[in-house]
Design a protein around this ligand. Structure first.
Ligand SMILES: *Cc1c(COP(=O)(O)O)cnc(C)c1O
Length: 232
């Protein structure tokens, strides 16, 4: 558990260093600790070290951790970042604060219908398939504007920005390209009257490149919690 604390410090240090290198103001990049496959005790260790934003990929696992930690760890912000099927939207609407992986209108409509009137609006990002791989989820770049124009009408949701998981690349310069594409897409939407402020991009292996291109939320798992061994 001390490892989690020192890993968190190292990641925060790397974020600060990247902000300095790329002339980003300190505090403009928020770290989401991706705790998928790790237990509630790992989340609690990170919480004790000061971390408040957590990311999860599996709806049931996220709901279980949120319930288990509600009393012990008040103020956690839960981000749902994984692929979302229709039959899991209820769990996510009930337990999460953010959803990064909206890639079709039907999912957004279900989340909006299931979000309780007593809850804050669900904060959402549209996931964009910036690398164009057949296997990855996300809306095609040329379809983002149409999806945004529908999602923005859903009153229980607040459209905040875009998210992407690009194809892995070893070199920083290659990593930057898809992130630059995502940033340009958001800028383009903002010229059409949106006020989007969130670019969810960058993981353990490509965080620097994402920060260079304007990431506001970075989603980091293994650099904090260690390698994932569990297969879900
Ligand atoms: C697992 C996951 C992460 C974290 O990945 P690491 O390589 O462990 O940092 C970030 N984003 C999404 C969508 C993920 O599924």
């Amino acid at each position: 558990m001390l490892t989690i604390e020192s890993n968190l410090q190292a990641v925060q240090g790397a974020i600060s260093a990247a902000c300095l290198t790329y002339a980003r103001s300190p505090g403009s990049v928020t770290l989401i600790a991706v705790s998928k496959t790790f237990g509630a005790e790992a989340v609690q260790a990170a919480y004790t070290a000061g971390q408040r934003q957590f990311g999860e990929n599996y709806a049931q696992e996220c709901a279980d951790k949120a319930q288990a930690l509600r009393a012990a760890c008040p103020g956690i912000i839960w981000h749902f970042i994984g692929p979302l099927q229709s039959n899991k939207t209820q769990l996510v609407a009930a337990h999460c604060d953010w959803v990064h992986s909206i890639d079709r209108l039907k999912i957004a409509e279900r989340l909006a219908a299931q979000r309780g009137p007593e809850q804050a609006r669900l904060q959402v990002c549209l996931q964009v398939n910036v690398s164009g791989e057949a296997s990855k989820s996300g809306v095609a770049p040329e379809e983002v504007a149409a999806l945004a124009s529908e999602v923005v009408k859903l009153e229980r949701l607040q459209l905040r920005g875009l998210m992407a998981i690009p194809e892995p690349a070893a070199e920083l310069e290659m990593q930057r390209k898809p992130f630059a594409r995502l940033a340009a897409l958001m800028a383009q939407l903002n010229t059409q009257g949106y006020a989007l402020d969130t670019l969810s991009m960058g993981m353990s292996a490509d965080m620097q490149a994402a920060i260079a291109e304007g990431a506001t939320l970075v989603r980091v798992g293994s650099a904090i919690f260690g390698a994932r061994t569990k297969i879900m």
